[in-house]
Design a protein around this ligand. Sequence first.
Ligand code: ATP
Ligand code: MG
Length: 566
Amino acid sequence: MKFSNAFIYTQKESPKEAVVPSHKYLVKGGFIIQVASGIYNFLPLGNRVLKKIETIIKEELDSSGCQEVCLGFVTPCDLWEKSGRFSKYGKELLRFKDRKENCFVLGPTHEEMMVELVKNRVNSYKQLPLNLYQIHIKFRDEARPRFGLLRGREFVMKDGYSFHKDEKDMQKEYSLMEETYKKIFTRLGLDFRVVDADVGAIGGSGSKEFMVLAETGEDEIAICSKCSYAANLETAKRSKRDKPVEPPEFSGFTKFYTPGVKTIEELSSFFHLHPYYFLKAIVKMAKFADEKRPVVFFVRGDEELQETKAQNAIGADELLEISEDEIRSAGLVPGFIGPFDLNVEYIIDIDLKGEKGLICGANLEDYHLIDCDLSAIEGKFADIAAVKKGDACPVCGAELDIKKGIEVGHIFQLGTRYSEPLEAGFLDEEGRFRPFVMGTYGIGVSRLVAAIIEQSHDERGCIWPLAVAPYQVDIVVSNIKDDQQREFALTIYDELIKAGVEAILDDREERFGFKMKDFELIGFPYAIIVGKGLQEGKVELVERSTLKRLELPKESLIEEILKRLS
Ligand code: ATP
Ligand code: MG
């Protein structure tokens, strides 16, 4: 490709709303252009990267025995009604009607459609197992699309679904997919971790996420410093905490006057006691299928609530913020809420189970209870606190660290969650009808374009790993009006193309510095500079990742490049 003909438009300014490097550089470098909030056009550079990622994914999946299909993006509502997700999915699911008043949704994921595809075509255990996937557009009307390709509304996903005769066979495939995903993300040059993930409302027996480690990640993961334990904070566990200081000595359970003392910080200094020994109340409005009601969650004073765990603990669809008025009208006294004589549903963090000598609100303005004993309370405990740095690993007891990650893949043991309601199954060895046991496997393909840059950039722009770079080598002609430079550049361009190298020739009538800035911003792995040195038979090779320059005799250039690309 010659730059002078290419549809490549780099720009100086980054979008106003861009706060993460990948968003800035992908727009500035001319990879993508925003169409509407969370919707992007891919330009040739971006599209080349996307297709390369897709090819790597496809090669690995096909070699693990998966088969590619392509399902309709628009899916009929009745399938969603049968699975029960039509009402459950919320506003992310974009619903609409066609001219004949038929109801459809833009597919945010394709469990229903895939089950429908296999239903009545696979009828016998002899046709199992089967693993079908597609690499296709998805639409989710996300509440807050942001960070460019990291959280779009329209995005490309690889979604795969496997069908099995029993749990054991499904688990075998699940492990195979874990291994296959590891190969994919390794080929993409990513530093990633496989972590235990929240199975949420769908239930199921297991789920793992693939997290690209990056400061800008929206997910938090707990990673053990010694063993292989790693989990999304939404599901991370820990061993019971050690006391940070010796417990207080109280003279008995009693009400204590604490005028205007509300926050944990205020209480801690009022009682000269570590926050560990206080109960912190967090009130949320829990949304269920048919009602909304306030729920109180209690954690230790030095801890935070983990909302996904809290939501799962009460089986709510969502936890919403609650206003002070709503709190008061539920009969709660903000700043003085405690579990004793509480008339609102509540849950206490499991680390507090059986604990004594605590301080909590008395459900009475300006009063707290001291020397509280939780050992008589039953059926109210669940793991709802967020694991913190320094907590003990639930497997080996070593310290846990907290890192940020970008979820680029998710594998899930689904069981019969969809096959049962959609009545999709097969006849087993004894001729009995059984629903398919399923697994589901996703990869955020367009999110990966951005995730790679989050891990691989500097203050000048993108640094593409060779495997997915839009072009491998950028031949920069310093002065395009110089016949010798232009002709030599054309010769090596032709030679590289013949050798199978993806080369781009920057033959634009622009200043040398401008072209080098584009090279750095776009992030091709190598640049060859054809400049004044050519008169002495020399050219320069620049490596994007290090910006190191190497002067070479022009005769050895091709050999040097081929060596580096192999
Ligand atoms: P998240 O927690 O990030 O919202 P999810 O768990 O809802 O994602 P899945 O249903 O597991 O997403 O979808 C499979 C994969 O699709 C995810 O692992 C992620 O990489 C990608 N993905 C999900 N939502 C988006 C989005 N809005 N934009 C880009 N990629 C996405
Ligand atoms: Mg997920």
